[in-house]
Ligand binder design. Structure first.
Ligand SMILES: *Cc1c(COP(=O)(O)O)cnc(C)c1O
Length: 491
């Protein structure tokens, strides 16, 4: 089975290479040209455990890895790290269902994929017999950094360095990162904002390409790696199986999924589950005030030339949704020249418009909607008071859009973060005046609702700070190279 670049069908990679490279040489993303050709007995999955489902899906997509290999990876990824064997439990909330994706170590949905990616990387590097150590470099605006740290900590043959903007992350996010344990992790603040940190990391990759090191290979935990996308397909099957088990649906009945969307990775995994046979009706793409995807799915015109809003659902504050490129490729039947042309237009002019037949195919599966911060806050309060369910700001966006669309049938809303990850906003939504920092808000939210605080967020402010470094962005490349040469990661 060969993956193709979404921009050039002649650039291919087997699944091992696709995981190692992350992105194709022409900037395209790796995708199977005809996803529906995957032979996959989805009904067999419904009786499996969450981990067995995950292994089955991974093996189907990344066929260089044997069933035994992926089973080992899945168990190393999740055993003892998620707070439930279900991995992603589904609950009834009023007349809809909520599938919680945040039972991992950092209480956000990125744990589902970032727990598996390190295992895939190690496995892939073993297959090609690589002797170098892999150094993962990540710039983070908050959530990804911690999830990557938790996933890569103490994984053999891999080191990870995370850079965060000194004044650009919340107190909880900072505490989560600087208390990270593990003998292969390095966390460092950068003076400046997220863009400064990200640009400095990109410059370091460029410097490395010119002067590679003998013993170390740089890599990234970027969300466009197929090794991050593949582990996300499992929970669509799991949620569907749970509804079958509870008798809420009968096998074969279609179910809609509503997804709080940023980079389009999560919802694309749903589309892939659908291609693999799962009876998904509509995929609801929910956005916040940064509603570039809502406009696109309604009109076919993707236009990033617009105001960027900072919202209470920051993980969805995004204007270029990278994984959309994979959908365009699949729904144009692998028309790489067409996709390459759209991406070129986006890069050069800031927008592109898909042709009518492509738009029609997209709209036959996807619905879209957005809500602003006021509606997000109103939804948190309404769902808590009416249905007794406490949700975070991102989940609230999807609930708000779902309720307004009122598509009929059964809908599963994907919940992407614990409410305790955004305690100030959630507490405010419940009508409380917030005093003090995130930690105080967390405690107050717990007092008020009785909802348990996820283990990974408990007691954070009392844990020892292990990472103190703070550097100027101009010094980041030297900082990385020096550590890589000396092979020292923590002081
Ligand atoms: C990353 C993230 C999202 C967006 O997911 P995409 O795959 O980028 O669409 C939504 N909610 C939370 C809490 C996230 O961390």
């Amino acid at each position: 089975m060969l993956y193709h670049s979404t921009r050039n069908n002649a650039l291919t990679a087997n699944s091992t290479e696709a995981v190692i490279r992350g992105i194709a040489d022409d900037g395209g993303l790796y995708m199977l040209p005809d996803f529906s050709a995957i032979r996959f007995d989805w009904r067999r999955l419904l009786s499996l455990s969450a981990k067995e489902m995950s292994a089955a899906v991974l093996h189907a997509l990344l066929d260089d890895f044997s069933v035994e290999e992926v089973k080992g990876m899945v168990s190393r990824a999740y055993d003892g790290r998620f707070d439930t064997e279900e991995l992603t439990p589904t609950k009834r909330v009023g007349d809809r269902f909520v599938c919680e994706l945040w039972h991992g170590p950092t209480a956000a949905f990125k744990d589902v994929a970032l727990s598996v990616l390190p295992q895939l990387l190690v496995g892939a590097r073993r297959k090609i017999g690589s002797k170098k150590e892999t150094l993962i470099l990540t710039a983070t605006s908050g959530d990804t950094g911690k999830a990557a740290l938790a996933g890569f900590a103490d994984v053999e043959g891999i080191k990870i360095m995370v850079f965060y903007p000194k004044d650009g992350v919340s107190a909880v996010q900072q505490a989560q990162m600087v208390t990270q344990e593990g003998n292969n992790v390095c966390v460092c603040a950068v003076q400046g904002n997220f863009d400064d940190a990200q640009t400095a990391v990109k410059n370091t990759f460029a410097a490395y390409r010119e002067q590679p090191l003998e013993t170390v290979e740089l890599s990234s935990a970027n969300s466009i790696n197929i090794g991050r996308l593949a582990p996300q397909i499992m929970y669509y099957f799991k949620a569907y199986a749970d509804l079958c088990k509870s008798g809420d649906i009968t096998e074969g009945e279609t179910v809609n999924f509503a997804v709080p969307t940023g980079n389009f990775g999560n919802i694309l995994a749903g589309y892939l589950a659908r291609c693999m046979g799962l009876p998904i009706g509509r995929l609801i793409c929910a956005s916040n005030a940064n509603n570039v995807l809502t406009d696109f799915l309604k009109t076919g015109c993707y236009d990033k030339r617009r105001t960027f809003y900072q919202t209470v659902s920051p993980s969805m504050d995004i204007l270029v949704s990278s994984n959309l490129e994979r959908l365009l490729y699949l729904l144009s039947d692998g028309d790489a020249p067409l996709v390459a042309d759209y991406m070129k237009q986006l890069n050069e002019t800031g927008c592109y418009t898909v042709n009518d037949s492509l738009l029609h195919r997209i709209q036959s599966v996807f619905s879209a909607g957005f809500c602003d911060d006021a509606q997000t806050m109103e939804t948190i309060r309404r769902v808590y008071e009416t249905d007794g369910y406490l949700c975070d700001t991102h989940t609230a966006v999807a609930l708000s859009v779902t309720d307004r669309l009122a598509l009929g049938g059964k809908t599963v809303v994907l919940s992407t973060a614990s409410p305790y990850k955004f305690p100030v906003a959630v507490l405010k939504a419940l009508g409380e005046l917030v005093q003090g920092d995130d930690f105080a808000a967390m405690e107050r939210l717990h007092e008020k609702t009785g909802v348990p605080v996820p283990k990974g967020l408990c007691n954070l402010q009392n844990k020892p700070v292990l990472h103190h470094d703070c550097i100027r962005k101009e010094d980041l490349t030297d900082y990385v190279f020096e550590k890589a040469r000396k092979q020292t990661w923590i002081e």
